[in-house]
Design a binder for this molecule. Structure first.
Ligand SMILES: NC(=O)C1=CN([C@@H]2O[C@H](COP(=O)(O)OP(=O)(O)OC[C@H]3O[C@@H](n4cnc5c(N)ncnc54)[C@H](O)[C@@H]3O)[C@@H](O)[C@H]2O)[C@@H](O)CC1
Ligand SMILES: [K+]
Length: 529
């Protein structure tokens, strides 16, 4: 698991480490690690010239010491001092070290053109304008230099790409776009969240000796090695019932394929037994594709409600299926609710719940639930009461200003984490927000952020497959938070393997789940203890 810590936690851990170490030791370790990565990349890109863009804080200090080391190693090295105060505005000892080692110093405030040219000529750029002390956005003097960076240059962000919000909450267009980020001690939230991940590029963490193992993370990412630890593996005493029976209420005459995709994925994920509830056409198709499925209601341990469900259909069979969906939602069993099922969500369920909207569905659901007058839904039923009867309240970022106003898909895309948190606060559910980076948000837990899938996965039916995988994990007893994030990981890896760099079909992703889980489990068995 990759764990990212808040700026506040990092500063506390740094202060504790600094108290035990000689002055300057942490910065020296950071700069040394940074210089080693920079030297390796200069060799990779057959470059000879490196320039460090140096801001006013310790991020600039790291950069100055790294440039000093690179200059001593024989690379043509320069620094561009960004602050308007020039030499007196940057880390003094770092500047002295860089100059003594032979680095050329350009002061942007004294000769802007000279600074721009030096930046444009570099094969490798170290972005040391701001780190965790930075406000989002770039000031004009910094932006001018960043614009001058050659398209072919390799850009290493020091700690984080300058201009990004270190917390990864606010999106920011005006930021450095790095090929790689070298961070210190632990990843920061910005590195793993949609607002910053793309501009972060490849992430390397340099160990500088700060202790964060016991500090709660703000953002987490499951990795391949977590699968063996978390996946429900049967033992000799298990039978199909003890392993988990999943009920699937999915598909319709209009969208029969969703039932096939969801049920196939659940079977591929190794569910103990599958009960399918649907209308005649999807029933016939599920029989063919998943002969082990049992049709009709019965005892289950968890439900999938909604893929391909047509809430407008008005035949007797469709009404019966819809009644089964409502019954499942009203039950005290874990449920994952997707697509058509989201229209049936009225507020809090008492039981563990995963909601899996895309941006448009999240927007519609928030708009509907937040505009519902207090007391008209079952929001108070068995919940913790944090948001009971008070639409929009309770979440750290949701407030009265948000309540009752229409939310659009564009709003959600611009600020996905905040909106996912709002829905989690409102429903008490785990919210899995689909996107290039999938967010899994549960109140009181670190956000899980998964980016395992190729863009080819943006294809019809992919969500039906995901809900089948997550449903099988809920039926096996995983928590909604673990089921959603582990499901997203395995779904993404299966998609990556099935794609192999080319087009992808949802059915191929579903059929890839079984070998993907097998290989990830085998990887866990062969990993050193
Ligand atoms: N504290 C420590 O012991 C360590 C800190 N390290 C480095 O120190 C960094 C944090 O240092 P600081 O707290 O000095 O903060 P920063 O270096 O991130 O920068 C803060 C300075 O930048 C200015 N600034 C803020 N936003 C700006 C913007 N948008 N554009 C231009 N200037 C802006 C502020 O006026 C302030 O002077 C970390 O990111 C890391 O690189 C490392 O050396 C490891 C050890
Ligand atoms: K930086």
């Amino acid at each position: 698991m990759i764990r990212a810590h808040s700026v506040e936690s990092v500063r506390t851990a740094e202060a504790a480490a600094m108290a035990k170490l000689p002055e300057g030791e942490l910065m020296s370790r950071a700069a040394h690690g940074l210089a080693e990565v920079a030297a390796a990349r200069l060799t990779d890109v057959e470059g000879t010239t490196v320039v460090g863009l140096v801001g006013a804080g310790n991020n600039g200090g790291d950069t100055l010491y790294a440039i000093a080391q690179l200059a001593e190693s024989g690379f043509a090295s320069a620094v561009v001092l960004v602050p308007s105060a020039g030499r007196s505005g940057v880390h003094a000892a770092g500047l002295q070290a860089a100059e003594s080692a032979g680095a050329v110093v350009h002061v942007a405030a004294d000769d802007a053109q000279d600074a721009v040219e030096a930046t444009a000529e570099a094969d490798l750029v170290l972005d040391g304008i701001v780190g965790i002390g930075g406000q989002p956005g770039l000031r004009p003097e910094a932006a001018r230099l960043v614009d001058a960076i050659d398209d072919d240059a390799w850009v290493i962000a020091v700690d984080l790409a300058s201009g990004l919000d270190p917390a990864g909450e606010a999106g920011e267009d005006d930021a450095v776009w790095a090929d790689e980020t070298v961070t210190f001690g632990t990843p920061k939230p910005v590195h793993l969240l949609p607002a910053g991940e793309a501009a972060t590029g490849r992430l390397t963490v340099v160990d500088i000796g700060i202790e964060v193992d016991d500090v709660p993370a703000t953002v987490e990412r499951l990795t391949w090695d977590d699968v063996a630890r978390m996946w429900p593996v049967p033992d000799r005493g298990d039978d199909k019932y003890s392993r988990g029976v999943l009920g699937v209420v999915a598909g319709s005459e209009a969208y029969p394929g969703a039932a096939v995709l969801c049920s196939t994925a659940a079977a591929e994920a190794g569910v103990g037994m599958l009960r399918y509830v649907g209308t005649p056409t999807p029933v016939a198709l599920v029989h063919q594709a998943v002969p082990e499925a049992v049709v009709g209601q019965g005892r289950v341990q968890a439900w999938v409600v909604g893929p391909g469900l047509d809430t407008e259909a008005d035949t007797a069979e469709a009404r019966a299926q819809l009644a089964a969906a409502r019954e499942a939602l009203a039950s005290d069993l874990p449920a994952i609710v997707d697509a058509g099922g989201l229209a049936l969500v009225e507020g809090r369920r008492a039981a563990p719940t995963v909601l899996t909207p895309h941006a448009g569905e999240l927007a519609r659901l928030l708009t509907r639930l937040e505009s519902a007058p207090a007391g008209t839904d079952d929001r108070t039923q068995g919940g913790s009461g944090a948001a009971a009867g008070t639409p929009g309240a309770g979440g750290p970022l949701s407030g009265p200003a948000d309540a009752g106003t229409e939310v659009t898909a564009a709003d959600v895309k611009a600020d996905p984490l905040r909106h996912a948190r709002r829905l989690a606060a409102l429903t008490g559910a785990t919210v899995l927000l689909k996107g290039a980076t999938t967010l899994v948000v549960t109140e009181g837990e670190p956000v899980r952020s998964q980016a395992d899938a190729p863009p080819w996965l943006a294809t019809a039916g992919a969500g039906d497959v995901l809900s089948g995988v997550i449903g099988s994990l809920l039926a096996a007893g995983l928590s909604p938070h673990d089921a959603a994030s582990l499901g997203a990981l395995v779904h993404g890896v299966s998609a990556d393997r099935a794609s192999g760099g080319g087009p992808l079909r949802a059915l191929a992703v579903a059929h890839g789940i079984r070998p993907t889980v097998r290989d990830l489990l085998a990887r866990g068995r062969s990993a050193p203890a």
